[in-house]
Design a protein around this ligand. Structure first.
Ligand SMILES: *Cc1c(COP(=O)(O)O)cnc(C)c1O
Length: 439
């Protein structure tokens, strides 16, 4: 069985995380419960940041916080000297509330509203990653009205799309994000933002995909961006100070996944950029990256209580847990795979196969198909590994199920980071019917 970070098995045969017994966590906080191993989050962050430092390259490692955002998580990111990506007014608001330094916040999104952009100006964030021509118009309007400068990057689509085990190059990237690098859109955007009184173009951004296990896609994307930067340098004497190569670094969910160490991606990117700088006679820009999943994914574990069971003779055995697609939609949404263990039987042999069903009213609400597990009984605590990214952050109240609690563990200590929702929370925005029939 593969354990992650500080996970271990104690003398009672229970799974422990951060030195805390997972079964005790389930008992004291209830289930479903997300447990985050802070030591592992810190280790991942230091892996990225340390590599840039070792190689003497100026960088910002921005936590793509859509993977998992809450006040306490933003405080961990701040402690680890990460920068922050936000993609909505809500994430920006949360970040500011957490006390995160605004100058290290970067704002993404393909349809930022006027109000969201105003909030970015008012809170004086460090950088807006500009996605489209409409946004350029809004930014000019807002910056002029406020007479306030703003640093920007242009998000471009380089025609490189990376998938888990390969990448494809397309002449024209069919993406809802960014300016196409190959059809003149990026050049047009450049023309529109340079020499503006308040908008300060730092450089280019791209994000080529997610759960990527190879470095080739990043190198190729970096190469395409550097060529454009070289072209703008030659034609317009543009000095690029920031090259943001996005996130998407893959993690291990199951034994099929073979992730690379953070430093491998970073070293490869740096090599590519340095060689192009030398070739094109450019000054080395700062390199920014945006890991989301690879900072928090394998640091998160979901705990559930096993309840009902159903045998479909000769086909499969279902066990059902007290959560499901409402706290982890990834299996239903994109057929994501996970491994699990029965936390109170972690030292017993995995001699059974079950399909783990959720409790939501949807046939597709299965968390793991054919999970290899210890023999299960009602009341057992099921731990599903690697649910730290895009789990809680995509949670919903489907079926009016309250969203789970989130607990942080480290060095034998634990604390609540997000309270479990109550039924009262669920109805708090509901209003009684007041329209009168026939009036
Ligand atoms: C989602 C996203 C990321 C993070 O992706 P991960 O796969 O979680 O690392 C980074 N940058 C941008 C622009 C994104 O949209």
């Amino acid at each position: 069985m593969h354990l992650y970070g500080t996970q271990n098995i104690n003398e009672n045969g229970h799974l422990t995380i951060g030195g805390v017994d997972a079964v005790e966590l389930a008992n004291s906080y209830g289930t479903p419960l997300f447990v985050y191993d802070l030591e592992l989050v810190r280790k991942r962050a230091r892996g990225f940041i340390g590599t840039f430092q070792k190689l003497g390259v100026k960088a910002e490692v921005a936590y793509a916080s859509k993977a998992f955002s809450c006040v306490a998580m933003y405080q961990v990111a701040q402690e680890e000297n990460l920068s922050l990506d936000v993609v909505s007014g809500g994430e920006l608001y949360t970040a500011i509330k957490s006390g995160f330094p605004a100058e290290r916040i970067h704002f993404h999104g393909n349809n930022k509203s006027y109000a969201e952009l105003e909030l970015a100006f008012d809170t004086k964030i460090g950088c807006i990653v500009v996605d489209n021509f409409y946004e350029i118009a809004l930014l000019k309007e807002i910056s002029e009205a406020k007479q306030q400068p703003m640093s920007i990057l242009l998000r471009v689509t380089p025609g490189v799309e990376a998938h888990t085990h390969d990448f494809i190059t397309t002449g024209q990237a069919d993406s809802k994000f960014g300016f196409d690098l190959n059809n003149g859109q990026a050049d047009e955007a450049f023309q529109k933002v340079t020499d503006h009184e308040y908008l300060q173009l730092l450089g280019l951004h791209c994000h080529i995909g997610s759960q990527i296990f190879e470095t080739d896609g990043f190198s190729l994307a970096a190469e395409k961006l550097m060529q454009k930067i070289g072209e703008w340098k030659e034609k317009y004497n543009f000095e690029c100070t920031v090259l943001n190569l996005g996130g998407g670094f893959g993690i291990r969910y199951t034994e099929e996944d073979r992730p690379l160490e953070p430093q491998v991606y970073v070293e490869e990117m740096i090599k590519t950029v340095q060689s192009h700088c030398a070739q094109l006679n450019l000054t080395m820009p700062e390199i920014w990256i945006e890991p989301g999943r690879s900072l928090v994914g394998d640091a998160g574990t979901s705990l559930y209580t096993i309840g009902s069971r159903k045998t479909v003779p000769d086909i499969r055995e279902y066990i059902a847990v007290d959560g499901g697609m409402s706290d982890n939609i990834r299996p239903a949404l994109y057929d994501a795979k996970y491994e699990a263990v029965i936390a109170n039987k972690a030292n017993e042999e995995k001699n059974s196969t079950y399909t783990v069903a959720g409790k939501l009213c949807e046939s597709g609400d299965k968390l793991i198909v054919d999970a290899s597990l210890q023999s299960a009984e009602p009341g057992d605590i099921l731990a599903i590994f690697c649910t730290g990214a895009y789990g809680y952050s995509m949670a919903s109240n489907y079926n009016r199920v309250p969203r789970p609690a989130v607990v942080f563990v480290e060095g034998g200590h634990h604390q609540l980071a997000i309270k479990r929702e109550s039924y009262e929370d669920i109805v708090q925005n509901d209003l009684p019917l007041t329209l009168q029939k026939g009036e």
